[in-house]
Design a protein around this ligand. Structure first.
Ligand SMILES: [Zn+2]
Length: 336
């Protein structure tokens, strides 16, 4: 038998396998349709849920597929790749350079997360600010998954903050004690707890910028705010050495935040914002672990955006890739 004949036989075999699979699937489907009237309510509900989840999963996958023109191998950045079947409703590719396989979510915070059919529901739970347990119950997932999804979905949110502040800019800070919540490490739990700081800057147009840091030195303030606050701004701050030194060194017009509500220098936003954040963290979550603090700060920041009607799918887009959203200015809604 020559090479040509081998090729012919192989093609015929593949067509045979494909036809057999098609006929089997078709028979299973016919049987299901015939017997659907025999299902009791419970079975019917289970089937309906399963079908809905499959539809949602396909829809989410379709939405999150990166267009071919924008796709590169996430391992070696080459654009020379071929389609390599489908898995978990996503197109898989094989890189011709490094030979690795990947899909549109590889190396993103959503990589390897399962049960895509629930992702939109879970994004809505994030919008509502639900606890891990409540979100788990709403989506029919277990609480460990709920916790993992929360932090994966929020991973990129910490990059979404105002890039420029102008006019009257208020600066303030929040000091918290280090927390090891959720840890079972006895050495860690007995460790002396250090301070953690969140530094805020917000202008009167409700543009907000914050950073979370273990220190509150001048260099931290400088690094955080130097390129964010416009040069012609009037900076209002607490009577704090780091903030004062920053204003002096970079020649900002500067004065202190006033406690007199009749004055222009009264804190209209920043003080209330940080107090409400503290209340949210303490009452809703009974404190949060420091290693996740930045995610909660970002979540709280985003919650004000959510109130302005952000769609659940946008949360997934952001979770997948920050690049498209990094340069979009963040406008906070008025929440007080
Ligand atoms: Zn590659």
């Amino acid at each position: 038998m020559n090479v040509c004949s081998y090729g012919y036989v192989l093609s015929a075999l593949m067509v045979g396998v494909y036809l057999k699979t098609y006929i089997m699937k078709n028979n299973i489907f016919k049987k299901l349709i015939e017997e659907i009237d025999e299902f009791n309510n419970h079975e019917f509900r289970l089937l309906k849920e399963k079908v809905e989840q499959r539809i949602y999963s396909k829809r989410v996958s379709y939405i999150l597929e990166t267009p071919l023109s924008e796709l590169n191998c996430p391992f070696c950045t080459h654009s020379n790749f071929i389609k390599w079947g489908k898995r978990s409703d996503l197109q898989r590719y094989k890189c011709k350079n490094c030979r690795k396989t990947f899909n549109s979510l590889t190396k993103t915070p959503l990589s390897r997360l399962r049960r895509k059919g629930h992702w939109l529901d879970y994004s809505n739970c994030l919008k509502q600010g639900y606890t891990v347990r409540r979100a788990a119950a709403e989506c029919g997932i277990n609480k460990n998954t709920s916790f993992r999804w929360r932090h994966r979905f929020l991973t990129n949110s910490k990059f979404i903050k105002a890039e420029k502040l102008g006019g009257i800019v208020e600066k303030t800070h929040l000091k918290l004690k280090e927390s090891f919540k959720g840890s079972r490490d006895k050495i860690l739990l007995n460790k002396k707890r250090k301070n953690v700081f969140i530094l805020y800057a917000v202008d009167r147009n409700h543009n907000l910028f914050d950073i979370t840091n273990k220190g509150f030195s001048f260099s931290v303030v400088k690094r955080a705010f130097r390129n964010v606050i416009n040069k012609d701004s009037l900076v209002l701050s607490e009577k704090n050495q780091q903030f004062i030194k920053f204003a002096k060194q970079f020649n900002y017009r500067h004065t202190y935040l006033s406690s007199d509500s009749r004055k222009l220098t009264y804190s209209t936003y920043s003080e209330k914002y940080k107090n409400l954040f503290l209340e949210w963290v303490n009452n809703r979550f009974r404190g949060v672990a420091t290693k996740y603090l930045e995610n909660y700060v970002a979540w709280y920041r985003a919650r004000n955006e959510f109130k302005s009607g952000i769609k659940a799918i946008t949360i997934l887009y952001r979770a997948k890739s920050i690049e498209k959203y990094r340069h979009q200015p963040l406008k906070m809604t008025r929440f007080i």
